[in-house]
Design a protein around this ligand. Structure first.
Ligand code: NOJ
Length: 555
């Protein structure tokens, strides 16, 4: 294989986020430095060598604020501090300094749609009277029916069950509050200016501390339809809960704050919308970036990938924005499992995203691994930014068979066990093939990992892969370093392959070719020599790309 010139990662400057690769950290599950079975920020600091060696540009921390952890920290009790379980503010300051010392960026997770029921504002609201200013920071309504015993409307929570919870049985105060997710996560009332002001302060607090941006949780949910109307089909999608026009005003306000720092901060929205709608969020003066989750929801098929990429790029014409891609996260089944699923079990979920991203069933791990790394190399060749999720660099499959009594995701209980939820992609990382917790905690740790690791995690341990040039880990390092050669200013031009199962496009000098199916493929000589591939070429001359792999050819 022709070896690409190696370069030292450049110190990214203007609009660094446009083509950056960011490593997502589910802090609880990365590395446990103090033996309590829960990952923490000193564990992340200790793991920065591993992260930096991959060749990424920065990290994003899932929420690590004080929280009762009913929904993995997305139930925030205090937006301005770090939970003691993760090491508190001192550990955060150590991590931020170590991250910046390496030239890496650090993004936090902002959760503005809802807080924890333990947040002081919600506690105040519970003891305040109906109609009080304290209640007005949330979405309280009287119930319907006799004694207000029925919820104010028929909306369902994304996690299952009603989206409303009644605070008590007192007939004088039968109010209910809205929660788009778990009942421990009351939605804020964004029509109340105090909510806006609190979040202005939260943004400034963390920007003043030196972070480089925020990933914004359910960024399209904060504003609801003003009338809170009943749904014709409560089991279907809820158009009144998401993507209301008023939500854009919030981002204009936040963008003024982030721009006022003059240091190139990024605001990245989590928006589960079709590409054209997602692009609305990165119009001038709003968010810098938005996730395009459409690709992640596609099957491993050339036509599906091409359509999703083409729609995303077409929607961006006339917008000074770039796509942000991801194939894995803490909310979806790991890509090895999605792409290697042999037969999906029937699933009874009202959540369309769940149907596409968390199907269960037997998995061909080798097939899934080949496809997952082929998809990764394809995505790395696209214009824009790429987010990786911890453990994908080890090729971890989803842990589908966690013992039922260990499951923690509120989806499991709220769906009355119809849906297993997201614990299987959150199992603590295997660092070593031996040891009680595969190196996640020290061997003399007081507590076992917060979710049990299966015995087969040994096969995926980082130390097994470290020096193996054929490992998934070695692939990720090669691929990310190869990406430094991509001309990020180059447009994407589709290339004819003559086969429906082979997708190819050119960016600058690099032609990216993916063989989704069938048999191996030889690109025309003018596409150049193979410089990086997800599987070895099938011939000694390295022209033939193996079935189920991606290769980059360069002239
Ligand atoms: C999206 C987050 O990624 C997910 O983990 C969380 O459960 C919901 N938002 C609610 O905050």
């Amino acid at each position: 294989m022709t070896v690409l010139r190696t370069t030292v990662p450049s110190e990214k400057t203007a609009q660094w986020w446009r083509d950056s690769i960011i490593y997502q950290l589910y802090v609880k599950s990365f590395a446990d430095s103090d033996g309590d079975g829960v990952g923490d920020l000193d564990g992340v600091t200790a793991g920065l060598d591993h992260i930096a060696r991959l060749g990424v540009d920065g990290i994003w921390l899932n929420p690590c604020y004080p929280s009762p952890n009913r929904d993995g920290g997305y139930d925030v009790a205090d937006y301005t501090r770090i939970d003691g379980r993760y090491g508190g503010m001192p550990a955060f300051e150590r991590l931020l300094a170590a991250t910046h010392d390496r030239g890496l960026k650090l993004l936090m997770d902002l959760v503005p749609n809802h807080c924890s029921d333990q947040h002081e504002w919600f506690q105040q609201a519970l003891v305040a009277a109906p109609g009080s200013p304290e209640r007005d920071r949330f979405i309280f309504r009287d119930g319907r029916g006799v004694d207000g015993a029925e919820p104010p409307n028929n909306w369902r929570s994304t996690f299952g069950g009603s989206a409303w919870t009644r605070i008590n049985d007192d007939p004088g105060d039968a109010q209910w509050y809205l929660h788009s997710f778990d009942s421990s996560q009351p939605d804020f009332n964004w029509q109340n200016e105090q909510v806006g002001q609190m979040f202005d302060d939260v943004l400034r607090t963390w920007f003043d501390r030196g972070i480089d941006g925020f990933r914004i949780d359910v960024a399209y949910a904060m504003v609801k339809h003003a009338e809170l109307p009943d749904l014709a089909d409560p089991a279907g999608d809820n158009p009144y809960l998401w993507n209301q026009p008023g939500v854009h005003e919030i981002f204009k306000r936040w963008r003024k704050i982030s721009d006022s720092y003059g240091r190139d901060l990024t605001l990245l929205g989590e928006v589960w919308l079709p590409p054209a709608d997602a692009t609305d969020y990165i119009r001038a003066g709003e968010l810098n970036q938005v996730f395009y989750f459409d690709l992640l929801q596609q099957p491993f098929e050339a036509g599906a990938f091409r359509l999703s990429i083409a729609e995303t790029l077409a929607g961006l014409k006339g917008v000074d924005g770039v796509p942000t891609w991801t194939l894995n996260s803490h909310d979806v089944h790991r890509s090895v499992t999605r792409y290697g699923l042999v037969e999906a079990e029937p699933m009874n979920s009202p959540d369309v995203n769940a149907l596409r991203t968390r199907a269960r069933g037997p998995v061909d791990v080798e097939l899934g691994t080949h496809r997952a790394i082929a998809a990764t190399l394809l995505v790395l060749a696209l214009p824009g930014s790429v987010y990786l999720y911890q453990g994908e660099e080890l090729g971890l499959p989803e842990v589908q068979d966690l013992p039922e009594d260990t499951r923690q995701d509120p989806i499991w209980a709220r769906s009355e066990h119809a849906e297993y939820g997201r614990d299987g992609c959150r199992v603590p990382m295997p660092w070593s093939a031996s040891g009680r917790s595969f190196g996640f905690s020290a061997d003399d740790a007081v507590s076992a990992p917060w979710l049990p690791q299966p015995a087969w995690f040994a096969d995926f341990a980082a130390d097994r892969q470290q020096d193996d040039p054929d490992s998934v880990l070695a692939f990720y390092r090669r691929a990310l370093h190869a990406r430094q050669q991509l001309d990020q200013a180059a447009d994407l031009e589709w290339l004819e392959t003559g086969r429906e199962d082979v997708l190819a496009f050119r960016r600058g000098a690099i032609s990216c070719v993916t063989v989704f199916d069938g048999c191996s493929f030889m690109p025309p000589a003018e596409w150049g020599a193979l410089v990086c591939s997800s599987l070895p070429a099938v011939d000694a001359a390295e022209r033939w790309l193996a079935a189920g792999s991606t290769g980059w050819y360069a002239v």
